[in-house]
Write a protein that binds this ligand. Sequence first.
Ligand code: AMP
Ligand code: MG
Length: 343
Amino acid sequence: MKRKQKVFLLVVLSGMLLACAGCVRIMTYTAVDTVMGTVSSQTIYSSREEDCFTSEIKDLIAGLEQDTLSWRVEGSEVARINAAAGSGAGVQVSEKLYADLEILLKLSEDSGGAFDITIRPVAELWDIDGWAAGENIFGKQPVHIPTEEQIALALSYTDYEKVLLEDGAVELPEGMALDLGAVGKGIACDRVFLYLQAKYVQGAVVSVGGSVVTIGKKPDGTQWQIGIVDPWDTSAFVGILYLEGTHFVSTSGDYERYVEVDGVRYHHILNPATGYPAESGVRSVTILCDSGILSDALSTACFVLGEERGMALAEAYGAEALFVDTEGNISMTEGMKQVFQER
Ligand code: AMP
Ligand code: MG
């Protein structure tokens, strides 16, 4: 073939490739499921149908709960750790869970114990899991408010410093138990991100309860929009986060699980220093960062710490934070101001 012919052929081929790239159709796949005792919604943009099995995402999250995180499911990694507490034998766990526990113990320390993955005995005493998500179930079943003595006893079985991580194994003292309720949804977002990243989807937004992951781009070029729930009216938003690319966002709020007894409101985010629901002057904390587990853990930790100390912790982790206080005032880190638009 002569040089001129070769160049001509190359030009024709490149033209065909470009035309083809232009006509690739990006499909939108959406699903809403109930997983981890909460609602998960998924929107995925991709040109390849096989990449978009939203049911695989549901299975992945359900599997994470069954095999790893749930303290209720006999045989899950956390249930095995809890069952072996006090036996003197460490429980060998998966590399992923071990790595996650290392992150969580570090955060427990960095938060001065405001975040504590051994809060289980206190959460169990309050029967937090018996409270309905997002509604006041008082009247539907008797609510048990623990006595101070009961709280003191349960608290004596909590202390993240006593969790032993060594050579891939986890060991707890007698009577202690792990509770990963504060981070399960964020960990789920991390796993969904890894799954979708390997599928080369063009864009996706997946929520699991109060945690969300955004990945890549929307086909129309517009930004991802994440609403921040109004604690006084959970069907409304106090504002919207406008994001581009991959991010993890988690919100902890006192409206998610609570009961009211004799006019007193008890919610599900506990202060490990007192054993009572945290009263730190905030109603919700939203964290934006590059990790699901950290966004979820930090939102819980910052709720317990309150605005000033919470803001400092978020900044130390390079995360953006937004606080809605009990008066309805909104305060946030500088980076959050760039992406938040108040309603
Ligand atoms: P979140 O809604 O993500 O803030 O998580 C709240 C859940 O985490 C509760 O239902 C408890 O299971 C657990 N939890 C409550 N208080 C704490 C705390 N101070 N540290 C760690 N986990 C907590
Ligand atoms: Mg959390």
